[in-house]
Design a protein around this ligand. Structure first.
Ligand code: A2P
Length: 342
């Protein structure tokens, strides 16, 4: 008989947690028992799994008794405190936070790239940063073919990457602007007062930073592509200079990438490589205005790549555009794929 697993989802009421439940269900993951965990604020709430309501429980020290696999998606602080407890209780943890990603004894895995690394786990596997995951889905196959040296990139990140409250914040600001009278600020003041998750209005705006600034002037998020990229691709010399930008899009991140390679590249060869890459679709018909977009990639498992062209400022360079549903490939789907490897 097929083995079934006792599963815990920490952060089950959040944007990623809700997606995790859906992905487990639609991929027929063998779940015998599912525990939905969140903060005390959610006690009494229900989530749906396999057409059945499941009571949300408050996360606590005893939440992991008899759990085989625990998915964590409740922020860094929760992971820092409860991942060790879950491991001690015998669960294998798949953690979506950034807390353990760079620890040398923790595999950081994108199954299409370094699935083999899962074998080295000691009760904890980290899920990569969402923007990094989406970008690497296209960068890695090109690296295999041409040897990547460095990339320059800018991200266009959806608000769902900041969680359920940010989705609500954009919605409220859009409504405030729509109902504002034709004032010079166009409802800007209302939008400012509705800015809670972000320091500025996100509706009809773009924010050129998505998390904390480092001394170097880069943000933490921006350095993840280099740091996590090195670990995932087993490429210690890989360099990435990134500007991460939050845009008023509900779902799916996009990344504009310019990449420099060791070997000479051609657009034709690159397209061939990208078209065959697992988990990726080539959507690249400029004359028909066909290219990847958040609107068309949202809800899809595969990431999409297009706008492939020779980079006019780099040696052996390619420029391209990748979009991917960051709640899926950047979080829930990737986590469930890791569990499938286990
Ligand atoms: P809750 O809904 O009870 O606050 P998102 O990323 O969409 O904001 O979701 C974050 C998820 O993490 C939610 O499920 C949230 O639960 C959960 N969470 C946040 N803080 C804690 C905590 N201290 N303990 C347990 N779960 C938490």
């Amino acid at each position: 008989m097929k083995k079934e697993y006792h599963i815990a989802v920490v952060g089950a009421t959040g944007a990623v947690g809700a997606e995790l439940l859906r992905v487990l269900e639609r991929r027929n993951f063998p779940v015998s028992n599912l525990r939905a965990l969140a903060s005390g604020r959610s006690t009494g709430k229900e989530v749906q799994f396999s057409n059945k309501p499941i009571m949300v429980e408050e996360l606590g020290e005893n939440s992991f008794d008899n759990i085989d696999i625990a998915f964590f998606s409740a922020g860094g602080e929760t992971s820092r405190k409860f991942v060790p407890i879950a491991r001690k209780g015998g669960a294998v943890v798949i953690d979506n936070s950034s807390v353990f990603r760079m620890d040398s004894d923790v595999p950081l895995v994108i199954p299409e790239i370094n699935g083999e690394d899962v074998k080295q786990h000691r009760g904890l596997i980290a899920n990569p940063n969402c923007t990094t995951a989406v970008a690497l889905m296209a960068i890695y196959p090109l690296h295999r073919a041409f040897g990547v040296r460095r990339v320059f990139a800018a991200s266009y990140q959806a608000v769902s990457g900041s969680g359920a409250r940010a989705i609500d914040e954009l919605k409220k600001q859009v409504e405030a602007a729509a109902f504002a009278t034709a004032s010079p600020s166009g409802g800007g003041q209302d939008r400012q007062s509705l800015a809670k998750v972000y320091p500025h209005p996100i509706a009809f705006n773009v924010l050129p930073h998505v998390d904390v600034f480092l001394e170097s002037g880069y943000t933490k998020e921006e350095m993840k592509m280099q740091n996590e990229g090195r670990k995932i691709m087993h490429l210690p010399e890989f360099r990435a200079s990134v500007t991460c930008v939050r845009v008023p899009v509900y779902r799916a991140h996009s990344v504009a990438v310019s990449a420099e390679f060791d070997k000479e590249v051609s657009v034709e060869q690159a397209r061939e490589v990208l078209a065959k890459a697992p988990g990726l679709e080539l959507v690249d018909e400029p004359p028909k205005n066909r290219y990847p977009m958040p609107l068309t990639v949202a809800g899809k498992d595969n990431c999409e790549v297009g706008r492939v062209r020779l980079d006019c400022a780099l040696e052996n360079g390619l420029a391209f555009w990748v979009s991917g549903d960051q709640l899926l490939k950047g979080a829930a789907l990737n986590a469930v794929q890791i569990a499938e490897l286990l």
